[in-house]
Ligand binder design. Structure first.
Ligand code: NAP
Length: 288
């Protein structure tokens, strides 16, 4: 059995009300999730996949920090860790107020070597969360042991996985000394792995939603648009709020300042039970 020294993930615990340089007066109080061992993860982060290294990434991170985000999700695969690091340093925000995730590309060298390269590119001594980007059949056990040792060496405050379904997660948990703090998976009203969410809840793993906006492709869905109009919100805000109310951490990506700000204004309204149920039914698999 995995080590159970980290408490099961609970409700968001306290507000990250830190102002910090560049934070507007109206910065959202972004709640935090407890990953155990004193590691607190903001429930909203900026995803930076497909942002070009250099100006585009640096500007998006700068705008996100200005809008109150303190959590950035990158990966070796995205080739923009160096730009993320540069923007974080330029912000002047104290390191301990920032939450940085990166991911091991498991087709390359071992994680022990790769984390060093990521830290060098980010310009950090350690990341807050290090994930196995996707499961590699037959290598999960070895890969996870490497992440456990990375955490023990203090190079990552928390470790987790990505793209793991229930069966792979159960296999990993069976042989792990430490359970993954997080499973980062595709999660949106149109792609709603309810059984995995339930499994994660029961296993003490925080589910983190990638592509929570369905990469922009569901924003005209009539049910989402209808709810958004009724609430005077945008379709993107409705999709993000839906995930939050399922206790899921969200990391929407945008390259545009206004959208980055809009995606952060999701803590001052709530969806009703009927609205949640209507959105829950949008994944075609929910009807099966
Ligand atoms: P997403 O966040 O669901 O959607 C991003 C798309 O939506 C972009 O085209 C963006 O366009 C648009 N958008 C953002 N905010 C909007 C708004 N308020 N109104 C209208 N359109 C909006 O997609 P994603 O990038 O796939 O997922 C988010 C993050 O998850 C990634 O950046 C990455 O960090 C992570 N991820 C992880 C994995 C994994 O395997 N672990 C896989 C995919 C993604 P503009 O940029 O033009 O605004």
């Amino acid at each position: 059995m995995p080590s159970m020294d980290a408490p099961p993930p609970g409700e968001p615990t306290r507000a990250a009300a830190e102002g910090g340089p560049g934070a507007p007066a109206a910065a959202n109080a972004i709640p935090l999730r407890d990953l155990g061992g004193g590691v607190m993860m903001p429930v909203l982060g900026l995803g930076v996949w497909q942002l070009a290294a250099g100006r585009e990434t640096e500007q998006a991170v700068e705008w996100a920090l200005e809008a109150g985000y303190r959590h950035i999700d990158t990966a070796t695969l995205y080739r923009n860790e160096r730009s993320v690091g540069a923007a974080l340093r330029a912000s002047g925000i104290p390191r301990e107020q920032l939450f940085v995730t990166t991911k091991w590309l498991p087709v390359r060298r071992g994680a022990a070597a790769e984390i060093g390269r990521s830290l060098e590119r980010l310009g950090l001594d350690r990341v807050d969360l290090y994930l196995i980007h996707w499961p590699l059949p037959g290598r999960t056990g070895r890969g996870w042991r490497a992440l456990e040792s990375i955490r023990e060496r203090g190079l990552a405050r928390a470790i987790g996985v990505s793209n793991y379904g229930e069966h792979r997660l159960a296999g990993l948990l069976a042989g792990a000394r430490r359970r993954p703090a997080v499973d980062q998976v595709h999660f949106s009203p149109l792609h709603h792995p309810a059984a995995l969410l339930d499994y994660c809840r029961r296993s003490g793993v925080v589910l983190e939603a990638y592509s929570p906006l369905e990469r922009g492709r569901a924003l005209e869905h009539p049910v989402i648009v209808g709810i958004a109009r009724r609430l005077g919100r945008s379709p993107a805000q409705v999709m993000l709020r839906w995930a939050l109310q399922h206790d899921v951490v969200v990391i929407p990506k945008s390259a545009r300042r206004e959208r980055i700000r809009e995606n952060a204004r999701i803590f001052d309204f709530a969806l009703s039970a009927a609205e949640m149920a209507a959105l829950d039914r949008l994944d075609p698999r929910a009807a099966a």
